[in-house]
Design a protein around this ligand. Sequence first.
Ligand SMILES: [Zn+2]
Length: 85
Amino acid sequence: MLGSGIQVFVNKNNLDKAVELLQDKIEPNNSELICQNCGSKNIGLGLGKRKAFILFNIFVALLSAIPLGNLKPKYYCKDCKTEIK
Ligand SMILES: [Zn+2]
């Protein structure tokens, strides 16, 4: 059973790298975004509530080489964690 544990660990690393690549690929054009809740301009790019869904898609894409074209991470305020619409 040791082998299966290592397998999961490796896949987790690949998944983290895939998320990093995805966030690099989608350039955060957030200079004009302002938090509607606290007025902060400290806006980041996040996967929001769809994170599990997106991670699943990344995982499938890694296995089958499907382009990650239709994933849309959301912007969020880094100060108060409010999602930017
Ligand atoms: Zn805020």
